[in-house]
Design a protein around this ligand. Structure first.
Ligand code: AMP
Ligand code: TRP
Length: 340
């Protein structure tokens, strides 16, 4: 087997929700459980706070969310004995490399990024240069660690392709320095949609809190949100292109219960939405309970969480320092190849 170096990250820009869990963290845990460190495999999971500030974050809340996301990674099953967890801004190599990339990326490449086009269209007044440069920082995150695979959702594919282009361009202009990472997109991981507008994805930045089930929502709140979730016209409980709301609710039910959508459709044949929603709420509550318990325990042991993040930062810093030295030599920066 060849060596796999897996890197991924989530922004601490809000509450982690069941879409983040099903679409991202659960895949990471699966990968972790399939991998051994025998072949020099590495798993690195980052809390990308520098990406979060591309949109204004309340400072006190941001710092709290950083710890919350770290504890949730572990509560969801990331094992700090097997994976390295660290906070992006605690390793200055990321922003340094991002700047160097800014200086070699043709403007046209960045202008093509669809996520920027979408985000800047919806938040015209708050569109910053940082939001535009976001993909350069993401490329730096990935390329600093000789990452081979990047597990992300489909929406991030274009950023990984850009990362490969940046690596190739750097290698050609200067000298072979970076290896090319591949996106790892789990086709079986569905996009979870908002409970209030099932044609848009469940999102941390949704203005309507009723659309999002957060991993730390108390049971009563989960019941309320699911009870109030919009449904489609008709009475049948089945998936279909004409039934975006039910498709989403059935998908959530299936992912949290381990049952297939077909089985669930059969279970609710002839039954009403109320029964279905009540059961769905209980399924979600039961699945989140162990995560929430583990989370509480971790937050009570703040020294334990600090140690996980210190170890992660030390590992990441040690590894990225070697790459940064290569980069400084290749580009000819500074009087020294290493930071003094
Ligand atoms: P974000 O919340 O946009 O920072 O995304 C963090 C990770 O969660 C990415 O890998 C996304 O692809 C994934 N993700 C975010 N929202 C959803 C969703 N509604 N359904 C599935 N995956 C999601
Ligand atoms: N842009 C990613 C997202 O919004 C988060 C991210 C930042 C990331 N750096 C990364 C993901 C590096 C994978 C690898 O989901």
């Amino acid at each position: 087997m060849t060596q796999k170096i897996i890197f991924s990250g989530i922004q601490p820009s809000g509450n982690l929700h069941i879409g983040n869990y099903i679409g991202a963290i659960r895949q990471w845990v699966k990968l972790q459980d399939q991998m051994t460190d025998r072949d020099g495999n590495e798993l690195i999971f980052c809390i990308v706070d520098l990406h979060a500030i591309t949109v204004y974050q309340e400072p006190k809340i941001l710092r709290e969310k950083i710890k919350e996301v770290a504890a949730l990674y572990v509560a969801c099953g990331i094992d700090p004995q097997k994976a390295h967890i660290f906070v992006q801004s605690e390793n200055p190599d990321h922003s340094c490399l991002a700047w160097i990339f800014d200086c070699i990326i043709p403007l046209g490449w960045m202008k093509r990024m669809t996520q920027f086009k979408d985000k800047s269209a919806t938040q015209k007044d708050s569109t910053t240069v940082g939001l535009f440069n976001y993909p350069a920082l993401m490329a730096a995150d990935i390329l600093l660690y000789d990452t081979t695979h990047v597990p992300v959702g489909e929406d991030q594919r274009q950023h990984i392709e850009l990362t490969r282009d940046i690596a190739e361009r750097f290698n050609k202009i200067f000298s072979p320095t970076f290896s090319l990472p591949r996106p790892m997109i789990d086709k079986s991981a569905p996009r979870i949609m908002s409970l209030q507008s099932p044609r848009s994805k469940m999102s941390k930045s949704d203005k309507d809190p009723g659309g999002t089930v957060n991993l730390l929502d108390p049971p009563e709140e989960i019941r309320n949100k699911i009870r109030r979730a919009v449904t489609d016209s008709g009475k049948e409980i089945r998936v279909g292109a004409d039934k975006p709301a039910l498709t989403n609710l059935l998908t959530i039910y299936a992912k949290f219960s381990g049952k297939s959508v077909k089985e669930i459709e059969l279970m609710y044949q002839g039954k009403g939405y109320a029964d279905f929603k009540n059961d769905l709420a209980e399924v979600v509550i039961a699945a989140l309970k162990p995560i929430q318990q583990k989370y509480q325990a971790l937050r009570q042991d703040s020294a334990g969480l600090e140690k996980i993040l210190d170890d992660g930062r030390n590992f990441a810093g040690g590894k990225s320092a070697k790459k940064t030295k290569q980069v400084r030599t290749a580009v000819g920066l500074g009087r020294y190849t290493t930071r003094k």
